[in-house]
Design a binder for this molecule. Structure first.
Ligand code: GUN
Ligand code: FE
Length: 454
């Protein structure tokens, strides 16, 4: 038997399929030298004892104590790294004003790579401490600062997908913050893709480049079609904002005479590896199209309460088996925690289904369909997001990377109260989803490497 590089004993929770909780009670989790889960063994398995002992002798055994549980690492499917200094403020105006008044001036500062390094190091430390083991990032238009983000993620061990933002339309983007022209926007994106690939050139890169037109309103047709060609040539991930608000939806429909999703598809930007942020205003045909192309949606419920003018039709998207996960959308969303993301997704879904206007009779108040459950919310934050990205994380399946959180319900600042007699393990899981916070995250691993805790 080869020496184990990492093995753990304890109880884990995961939702490998939407809506299905699996409790792996007192199992042994074996991680190979590449950081992949190579065995998940119940206590009565014939190899359990020998493999546990081998790990102990190799000094590689972690034994969870009472009140501690393993969860898969969390996947943030939409976050703006440069907006970290703005998180928790500047939410007093609509999206189109917020961009011009606060966000573009802030993002323009990342021309200074020193500033970028300082902010991004702090951001990645904080996201890891909040349990985000995978993040799909918008950076800024600047190639060097965006590369710095990719380097910092690699150094600190966070699985990351990073995009140099493209925004070249002088009608919509201020002179102090935009790509000089479409040709440069596309060639800079190509340079960025190649540089990220050179940075992490192994067979299983931890950090990946992403083609990132900010959203249709900020890009010229020439830039959009150039980026579509890059998506075809490089086969890398694509991200953008889609049908987020009344304003954004109307802008695209006036310009192209068709929906945001259909327009993106026309430019070759809707692929199996595309993530569309928000997509609150997509219709049935858009959903069919997104599903057919295998693209995914990053649902950002907290941000939507501020900027969207509507709630994403999550139940309908899930019923159609679209790829969906959760995004914090920092700083349109003010929380870095995907546990909060789960809670906001639950609230948004319940609000949409029950309705809000007390002046209406109950049967006229809400949308049809069932609200999501805490199991579905957690799936969105883990396996759902991972499937949307087509990456081997999000659950404790053998062959997946070991991206995990050690949750300590007995941490000194814990809001998770576990009653020994009255709480089943299913209850404990629900309590974690509804109340876990940073204080409960004692340790974090990405691909078997300890990135938080000791
Ligand atoms: N649409 C275009 N840019 C942005 C952004 O930075 N945040 C959000 N929420 N929507 C956008
Ligand atoms: Fe966003």
């Amino acid at each position: 038997m080869t020496a184990q590089t990492l093995a753990l004993t304890g109880t884990a929770f995961h939702t490998p399929e939407r809506g299905r909780l699996e409790v792996l009670e007192e199992h042994l989790f074996c991680v190979d030298a590449q950081g992949r889960i190579d065995a998940v063994l119940p206590p009565n398995h014939p190899q359990y004892g020998a493999r546990k002992e081998a790990a102990r002798q190799a000094g590689a055994l972690v034994e969870l104590s009472d009140g501690q549980f393993l969860l898969p690492g969390l996947v943030d499917l939409h976050i703006h790294a440069p907006q970290w200094p703005q998180m928790g403020k500047a939410l007093d105006v609509p999206l189109e004003v917020w961009l011009q008044k606060y966000t573009f001036p802030l993002e323009a500062r990342y021309v200074d790579v020193g500033y970028a390094r300082e902010v991004y190091a702090d951001l990645v430390d904080n996201l890891l401490a909040n349990g985000t083991t995978t993040a799909l990032y918008f950076a800024t238009v600047h190639v060097e600062a965006s590369l710095a983000l990719a380097e910092i993620c690699l150094e600190k061990g966070q699985r990351a997908l990073v995009g140099k933002v493209v925004m070249d339309d002088p009608e919509q983007c201020p002179p102090f913050y935009r790509d000089a022209d479409a040709i440069l926007a596309v060639s800079d994106t190509r340079r960025f893709i190649e540089a990220v690939r050179a940075l992490d050139g192994g067979e299983r890169p931890l950090v990946l480049p992403v083609i990132t037109p900010r959203f249709i309103p900020s890009c010229t047709d020439e830039a959009l079609s150039g980026l579509g060609e890059l998506a075809r040539d490089y086969g890398c991930h694509v991200q953008t904002h889609c049908a987020e608000s009344d304003w954004a939806k109307a802008f695209v429909e006036q310009r192209f005479g068709r929906t945001d999703a259909a327009s993106l598809d026309g430019f070759g930007l809707l692929t199996r590896h595309t993530i569309l942020a928000h997509s609150n205003f997509i219709d049935g045909e858009d959903m069919d199209l997104i599903e057919r192309q295998g693209a995914g949606v990053a649902h950002c419920p907290l941000s939507n309460f501020y900027f969207a003018n509507a709630v994403f039709p999550l139940r309908e998207a899930l019923d159609r088996h679209m790829h969906v996960g959760l995004g914090t959308d920092i700083s349109g969303g003010y929380s870095p925690s995907l546990f909060d993301g789960c809670r906001h997704a639950l609230s948004a879904s319940r609000t949409l289904q029950s309705g809000v206007h007390a002046g209406l009779p109950a049967h006229e108040r809400g949308a049809s369909g069932e609200p999501i459950t805490h199991l579905e919310a957690f799936w969105l934050a883990t396996a759902g997001g991972a499937e949307a990205l087509d990456l081997p994380t999000g659950s404790f399946r053998v062959g997946h990377d070991f991206d995990a959180l050690l949750i300590d319900t007995r941490a000194s600042a814990s809001n998770v109260h576990v009653g020994k007699a009255e709480d089943t393990l299913e209850d404990v899981f629900q309590k974690i989803v509804l109340n876990a916070a940073r204080a409960n995250i004692a340790k974090v691993w990405v691909r078997g490497r300890t990135v938080v805790g000791r």
